[in-house]
Design a protein. Sequence first.
Length: 79
Amino acid sequence: MTIYLRSGGKLRDQLKPDVDEYTRRVEVDGDLTLKEILTTLGIPLAFVAFAFTDGMLRRLDYKPSDGETITLQPPVSGG
């Protein structure tokens, strides 16, 4: 199945977008959680504050559906 991960900031650099400036297309084998997908991609979980899809906040144990777009929010930082 195919999902789309979107993000900005430093998380975007980890995500390595390929569809547009913010989005990466990911082919997923099996019934994986978002945490398992991010780990497979080598994205440190510390870079993800929360995920958002279909108007709802999602935990990292969420299992995405085929064709779904998930927005990953990095932790807020600054000074």
